[in-house]
Design a protein. Structure first.
Length: 123
C-alpha cells in the first residue's frame, strides 16, 4: 500500500498533503474573498456614480448653460464700455465653456442633480 504522505500529488507539498482539510479555514477563505468582492463592487459603484455625475454635468453645461451664456452676451444690454478687444473676442467662448462646466459640476446646481437622479433611475 502506498502512503499518500510519501507520494503527494504533483504540485502539492508533503506538508500540505499532511494537513487535514478544515471547514473553518475554507469558511474563512470564503469570507475573506467575499469581503474583497464587496469592496470592489462598492468601489465600482462609487466610480459609476462619479462618472454619472460627470456626464450629467457635461450635458447640462452643453445643452443649457452655454446657450444661456450666448443669449446673455448677445442681448440688448451688451455694451462696449468694458470691452476687451480682440483677446476677449478670441477667448470668450473658451471662458464660457470653462464657466459652464464649473457651474454644472458644482454640487449645488439643482439641474445637474435632477439629471443625475433621472439617469440613475433609468439605468
Amino acid at each position: 500500500m502506498i502512503d499518500a504522505l510519501s507520494n503527494p500529488p504533483l504540485g502539492v507539498s508533503a506538508s500540505a498533503a499532511a494537513r487535514p482539510a478544515s471547514a473553518e479555514s475554507f469558511t474563512q477563505a470564503l469570507a475573506r474573498k467575499s469581503s474583497r468582492l464587496t469592496a470592489a463592487n462598492a468601489a465600482e459603484a462609487g466610480t459609476k456614480a462619479e462618472r454619472l455625475r460627470e456626464v450629467s454635468g457635461q450635458l447640462v453645461a452643453t445643452a443649457f448653460l452655454l446657450p444661456l451664456f450666448k443669449q446673455a452676451r448677445s442681448s440688448a444690454f451688451k455694451t462696449d464700455l468694458f470691452g476687451g478687444g480682440f483677446a476677449q473676442d478670441a477667448m470668450q467662448e473658451k471662458l464660457d465653456v470653462h464657466l459652464a462646466e464649473a457651474i454644472a459640476a458644482s454640487h449645488r446646481f439643482p439641474l445637474t442633480d435632477a439629471v443625475v437622479n433621472h439617469l440613475d433611475q433609468t439605468a
